[in-house]
Design a protein around this ligand. Structure first.
Ligand SMILES: Nc1ncnc2c1ncn2[C@@H]1O[C@H](COP(=O)(O)OP(=O)(O)OP(=O)(O)O)[C@@H](O)[C@H]1O
Length: 649
């Protein structure tokens, strides 16, 4: 049976369990045996009190569950067991991750260029972007910057609408929305949901929602009502009122049905609920009555048989079945040719160019990215220039030159971590867009590298020139160029190192400390604080001395300065050759030239950036595969809670 026509998506989940494990609480079940489906052409709303598991259910069926949770149960896409791959669906998360420096119009235009295929003319892309912004009621905010931690911009509700706008630009076949109306007034909620509902034709839309008005509720085709991770109701939205009435909890006249449902099943405040004229029941009892009523109902049986029909799995032994499931999942991840096709989008070159432009604009507007650093570097360069002003050619100038160059190679480059917070913000946007399949990691790495180059040239050449000429280091264009280029490559290396750190360490402060720590250890083994032949052989010399970029930075700068230099030794009345100073005082490796050191530094930049790409790609491929394997391992979930059928008993 071909269940997917024109790329439509039918999503089913059966006996879905999700547990979170913590040292303190042990295993805690968040979702408890949920079964349901989402059909093309329908808008399914997931409702329930705060903390009932709406986001967890969305994350689970969208294949985005975090590593701290475990899942069990089958999720089928068009009747086939596969996890949603990157780029096959769109997901509007609860948190708005947007580029704060862009205006609404710029953000949507860039996104349209990134997502819509190359074959579409630019004017048409703009038209789609304009139309979508209008549908989301953003026409008056188009020229306003989004804003964020660096400055106020559009309102929270407008940000929400921008986030939705970016994801519905391509009219995805499968769309997940986590609380799309939070922060919106009732009219805005209605218009936003109406736009979303109007796009249902041939598409599957699943939205978690807190408190829809009667008008918004009427837009839903199906409703999944949860309480503490259990299904209270799953079925047509317009039949939910009847279900509550038949279960003994009719919606009072003139009351918003969703208000009534949520009030009845919210156990957080444990108010007794009136039943008929006299008796009152605790919320927990009421919830159990509703769950039992649902599991005894025709609706429940209809859902079960619908899902069973779609699944039509062979009756294997439970052990063999689970083994085959995870093998199948694993193969889905390692093999090419997902059943659910990725959306067509702009070419790699277009994406890289658009991202470079966007990143360049972002860097130019974000003061913390480069401008503040440039100002601080200029102050430090003037400081260096005045401390070592006109260093001269006396014997003592050897130490002064060495210290000045060491300061440049270590501390000025070290401060390149100053842009980390801005990079982390950009990385968050990248992660969201990558997960939603807007573009791949390769385009991001290329764009980030290209857009940063002009700024790094500025922050290395201007302060570099001030410090270089005030100090009076070796004259000549070639010498200055080598000095500035080593400074430039070191700054780029530190930025590349911080990219790697950011991809491993999830937290900004932890990333900053980790990056600083790695650099401190590397600079200790660089060959200045302890000369290379005096370094302890284990770890510090082999391998760290050869791995740390500081060795090549020190060597490049020192060779550049001392080669061809003549120092006057006033006491001994003799001239000392710079080459001898390099060999005997600084113990430099003289077998190769300063340009080789520079080339090694450039090679390291490429290596570091490739490593970042590899880590991101590995996360993309390995995480879902591991999750799929883990989710079906037989001893995964140790019945942390009572199964649904026991509640029903
Ligand atoms: N990784 C996790 N580790 C531990 N507990 C978790 C984890 N993820 C979710 N939970 C818990 O599971 C419950 C459901 O969380 P979830 O975010 O799905 O609720 P929600 O219905 O979306 O809430 P809200 O409407 O407030 O966003 C909460 O009690 C939450 O604390």
């Amino acid at each position: 049976m071909n269940m997917s026509k024109n790329g439509e998506v039918l999503l089913t989940w059966e006996d879905l369990w999700v547990t979170a494990s913590s040292l303190k609480d042990g295993n805690k079940a968040i979702l408890k045996g949920l079964t349901g489906y989402a059909k093309p052409g329908q808008l399914l709303a997931i409702m329930g009190p705060s903390g009932c598991g709406k986001s967890t259910l969305l994350d689970t069926i969208a294949g985005r569950l975090g590593s701290s949770t475990r899942q069990k149960g089958d999720i089928l896409i068009n009747g086939r067991k596969q996890t949603l791959a990157y780029g096959t669906s769109a997901y509007v998360t609860q948190e708005d991750t947007l580029m704060a420096t862009l205006t609404v119009k710029e953000a949507v235009y860039y996104s349209a260029e990134l997502q819509l295929p190359n074959s579409m003319p630019k004017s048409e892309k703009k038209q789609i972007a304009d139309m979508t912004m209008k549908e989301m009621g953003l026409q008056d905010a188009m020229e306003t910057r989004i804003g964020g931690w660096s400055g106020k911009g559009i309102s929270g509700g407008q940000k929400r609408r921008v986030s939705i706008c970016l994801e519905i630009l391509t009219r995805p076949k499968l769309l997940f929305l986590d609380e799309p109306t939070s922060g919106l007034d009732s009219a805005a909620s209605y218009y936003v949901m109406k736009t979303i509902a109007s796009q249902c034709q041939g598409r599957t839309i699943i939205a978690s929602i807190h408190q829809p008005s009667t008008e918004v509720f009427s837009l839903f085709h199906s409703l999944c009502l949860l309480s503490s991770g259990r299904t209270v109701y799953f079925g047509p939205a317009n039949a939910a009122i009847e279900f509550f009435a038949l279960s003994g909890y009719p919606c009072p006249t003139l009351q918003n049905p969703s208000d009534h449902f949520l009030k009845t099943i919210n156990s957080d405040f444990d108010q007794d609920i009136e039943e008929g004229q006299t008796s009152r029941k605790s919320t927990e009892e009421v919830i159990n009555i509703l769950i039992k009523s649902y599991s005894d109902s025709d609706k429940y049986r209809a859902v079960q048989s619908q899902v069973a029909e779609i699944c039509k799995q062979k009756q294997e032994s439970p052990y063999l079945k689970s083994r085959l499931c995870w093998l199948n999942d694993f193969l889905n991840h390692v093999q090419e040719g997902e059943v659910l096709e990725k959306r067509s989008r702009a070419s790699f070159t277009t994406q890289s160019l658009v991202l470079t432009r966007r990143s360049f604009v972002n860097m130019s507007r974000d003061l913390g990215y480069y401008w503040l650093r440039l100002a601080v570097y200029i102050v430090i360069a003037v400081g260096l220039g005045t401390i070592y002003y006109d260093v001269g050619f006396s014997y003592t100038s050897i130490q002064s030159r060495g210290s000045m160059l060491m300061f440049v190679a270590t501390f000025i480059t070290f401060m390149a971590i100053g842009g980390f917070s801005s990079f982390v913000e950009e990385l968050k946007v990248f992660q969201r867009e990558k997960l939603n399949g807007h573009y791949g990691s390769g385009s991001f790495v290329i764009a980030n590298t290209l857009s940063a180059i002009p700024y790094l040239v500025l922050v290395s050449f201007i302060p570099g020139a001030i410090a270089y000429f005030l100090t009076g280091l070796q004259g000549g264009f070639e010498h200055f160029m080598c000095f500035a280029l080593v400074l430039f490559t070191c700054m780029m290396l530190v930025e590349s190192l911080m990219m790697i750190v950011a991809s491993i360490v999830p937290n900004f402060l932890m990333g900053l400390i980790t990056g600083a720590g790695i650099q401190a250890v590397m600079c200790l083994s660089g060959g200045f604080f302890r000369l290379s032949n005096e370094l302890p052989r284990v770890f510090w010399k082999y391998p760290l001395h050869y791995v740390a970029f500081h060795k090549y930075a020190y060597q490049g700068l020192f060779k550049n300065e001392f080669e061809g230099l003549k120092i006057h030794d006033e006491n001994m009345k003799r001239l000392i050759k710079g080459e001898d100073i390099l060999k005997y005082k600084w113990e430099m490796d003289m077998d190769y030239s300063k340009w080789v050191d520079l080339a090694i530094l450039l090679g390291m930049i490429i290596l570091y950036r490739l490593l970042f790409l590899l880590l991101v790609k590995a996360g993309e491929k390995v995480k879902p595969a591991v999750r799929a394997i883990m989710s079906n391992s037989p001893q995964q979930i140790n019945s942390a809670e009572t199964p649904l059928h026991e509640f029903a008993a």
